[in-house]
Ligand binder design. Structure first.
Ligand code: 5RP
Length: 265
């Protein structure tokens, strides 16, 4: 692998082969998402515990101090909205010159396999890969399901993840599914990080699915709402970090969560 590509991948995936990405990009189609009304303030206490931050250029420019040391994964796609006709009508919107100008470490965009705009998003993603490979910039494909959360079966996620890797993604972000998630990972020749999806009821449930995902071979997470929509985001983040980088089991993560929570309360 070329030096630049390897160096950038090493910046976002840590020496232990694991990764904790913190996404705050939801506004690009959801507007001021709950607890992300002021993304810079929301993410500030979480930055020390993240391996990389994921956001759009608008949030990066306006809400993040350029002294930030953490690598940035830039969301470069959009063109859709929650009130629009079809969420899958998305494409690359940020140019390669802007990607370079912002000095980001990696980029991400969504693909919508099986949707009305499947071809459009897969073509746009492939074009992004072509541009980024020229400069050694890794691409992370986001296997999006839009509003159809029931699509999250191993068969579907495995299909999307494999297609993303075949088109040139260096990392794939997909959802965790309880049944056969190992098959999703096994069928994908590049590292997989798992997304959280809408907030679940308890922090323990998050620690459990993160732990289970890692046991199946995922290298980590790109997990937003289940952290920053929680009442104690730093405690959740530190416990998840413990699962990913320190080998904590869910019960131990829960103990760490309670300890950090008690100090912060
Ligand atoms: C949506 C995204 C998010 O980065 C991704 O879904 C992870 O966030 P969450 O854990 O909240 O689902 O791609 O724009």
């Amino acid at each position: 692998m070329a030096w630049g590509m390897q160096n950038r991948l090493n910046r976002i995936i840590q020496k232990d082969g694991k990764a904790l990405f913190m996404p705050i990009d939801h506004g690009y189609f959801q507007g001021p998402t709950r607890m992300l009304e002021k993304p810079g303030e929301t993410v500030k206490p979480l930055i020390p515990y993240a391996d990389a931050l994921m956001m759009t250029r608008g949030v990066l420019r306006n809400c993040i101090d350029p002294v930030v040391e953490k690598p940035i994964i830039l969301r470069v796609s959009g063109g859709n909205s929650v009130v629009g006709e079809d969420l899958s009508n998305e494409e690359q919107l940020t140019s390669i010159s802007e990607i370079i100008r912002l000095n980001v470490t990696a980029v991400s965009m969504s693909i919508y396999v099986g949707s009305k705009y499947e071809h459009h998003t897969l073509k746009s993603f492939s074009e992004l890969v072509n541009q980024c490979e020229d400069y050694g910039i890794p691409t992370m494909a986001v296997t999006a399901v839009g509003r159809e959360m029931q699509k999250r079966t191993a068969r579907y996620l495995g299909l999307c993840s494999r297609i993303a890797a075949e088109l040139g993604a260096r990392v794939v972000k997909t959802y965790y599914c309880e049944k056969d998630f190992a098959k999703v990972v096994d069928g994908c020749p590049v590292p997989i990080v798992i997304a959280g999806g809408p907030k679940v009821d308890t922090a323990l449930e998050v620690f459990e699915f993160v732990y289970d995902g890692l046991q199946c071979g995922a290298i980590g997470v790109n997990l937003g709402r289940n952290i920053w929509q929680h009442e104690y985001p730093v405690a959740v983040m530190r416990a998840i970090r413990g699962v990913i980088h320190d080998g904590l089991i869910p019960k131990e993560a829960q103990t760490l969560f309670e300890e950090v929570k008690a100090v912060k309360a």
